[in-house]
Design a protein around this ligand. Structure first.
Ligand SMILES: [Zn+2]
Length: 415
């Protein structure tokens, strides 16, 4: 077998064919390990080229029959070189990996492609997922393609566009009321999954270890594109922490393959009203449930009890990384800046790592000589409500003379 499952708690190893998502012996967290690694001498050898997007990296993905993988064209996202903002903020180089370019508009399509493909291989008849906004629509889309009934548990604070996006793919969306913890949705699915025969696909490694495998491909793509100049820092937002853990796993695999020039330092970014990982990093403690989480414009990263918090801390320590929290004001400023100066439109949560990178530069954590790569996790088109004021412009008559006067008066005549 090319890969196997390994229990982080009791050390048991077994084939993925037995169809479990947690250790059958101790209920511990499982991780996927690869016993046969591809023979490579440079990062581009990781690709098996006739295959598209993330599936070009099938040799490091836990799917048996890649020709039957469920795909909507995920992966291979654009890497922007942002020279204007690099100069303005004071980085040697600023690179933006735009995950908003995925089929449903977020990096979660990489997770869903792998987890739904695997669920199909394991004979799933139905899938369920807890979501703060992006994973739900992603799994709903891939489940639609795989003809699997899909149940998406969302919180009432979820952006309505994202609820609608999950529903349009035919998923059954169940809104969970209350103060708003995605952890509550996860518990509901765990309690009911056997009765309803759900494969639980929430994007957290402890719930579904296959979920960490898809986003690893972001790191492989970075390694191929930046082979000769790896970034010094990678800024990543953290809700549950899965994206940082997946990227760190991928860089460790690149190291095993002899392809890692140096380990980039991870910058973990959370919203200041709910920042349990940042707090634990600062205090040198383990990650504790955040009491009284405050709402934010970046709902997808509000996770009071990050299920992969300890693994994120480990990645930060090994990579000599750092953690910062940011306010809504900083997020919205970063959103406008990235759009106006570089033409990249990200949602508030999607742009949060960029806001964090700006803050880390201001605080002296990131230096002027550093190359910084920011993962933008979702497109701004997913949440347009925040920007409704921008569309409220007065209507004018179609009269060139009046329009000329208007533009001269309002400053537009200089262009
Ligand atoms: Zn175990």
């Amino acid at each position: 077998m090319r890969y196997y499952m390994h229990c982080r708690a009791c050390g048991a190893k077994f084939s993925s064919n037995i169809g479990v998502y947690k250790c059958p012996h101790c209920k511990g967290k499982l991780e996927i390990q690869y016993s046969i690694l591809p023979k490579v001498s440079k990062p581009s050898d990781l690709r098996d080229d006739p295959k598209q997007g993330i599936w070009a990296f099938w040799r490091l993905l836990p799917v048996d029959n890649v020709s039957k993988a469920v795909s909507l064209g995920e992966g291979n996202t654009f890497l922007h070189r942002c020279d204007i903002l690099a100069r303005q903020i004071g980085f040697r180089q600023l690179l933006i990996k735009d995950e908003g370019k995925n089929p449903t508009g977020s990096f979660k399509d990489r997770n869903a492609a792998v987890s739904v493909s695997k669920a199909v291989e394991l004979g799933a008849r139905s899938v369920a997922i807890a979501s703060d906004g992006n994973a739900g629509p992603a799994v709903a889309a891939y489940a639609a393609k795989a003809k699997l009934p899909c149940f998406v548990f969302m919180l009432t604070i979820t952006a309505p566009e994202k609820v609608a996006q999950a529903a349009v793919f035919g998923a059954r969306v169940i809104n969970i009321e209350g103060p708003g913890l995605v952890n509550d949705c996860i518990d509901v699915i765990e309690a009911l999954k056997e009765d309803f025969e759900w494969h639980h696909l929430t994007t957290a490694g402890p719930v579904n270890p296959y979920q960490l495998e898809g986003p690893k491909t972001i790191a492989y793509e970075i390694a191929i594109e930046l082979e000769n100049q790896f970034p010094d820092w990678i800024a990543v937002p953290a809700g549950g922490g899965g994206l940082i853990v997946a990227l760190f796993k991928a860089f460790m695999e690149l190291d095993q393959l002899g392809l890692l020039k140096h380990m980039p330092r991870f910058l973990c970014v959370q919203a200041s009203g709910c920042a349990p990982i940042v707090e634990a990093f600062r205090q040198g403690t383990s990650v504790r449930r955040w009491r009284d989480p405050q709402s934010s414009v970046a709902i997808p990263i509000l996770v009071p009890l990050p299920l992969e918090g300890e693994e994120v801390l480990q990645a930060l320590h090994i990579s000599q990384g750092a953690a910062v929290s940011i306010t809504d004001e900083e997020i919205l400023r970063a959103q406008r800046l990235l759009a106006e100066k570089e033409g990249v439109f990200a949602s508030p949560a999607g742009v949060s790592a960029f806001a964090g990178a700006i803050k880390a530069r201001r605080d002296g954590i990131i230096k002027k000589s550093d190359i910084v790569l920011v993962v933008v996790t979702e497109t701004g088109l997913k949440e347009l409500r925040q920007l409704s004021s921008l569309s409220q412009t007065a209507a004018l008559p179609a009269d060139p003379r009046l329009i000329r006067e208007f533009l001269s008066r309002t400053g537009g005549g200089d262009n």
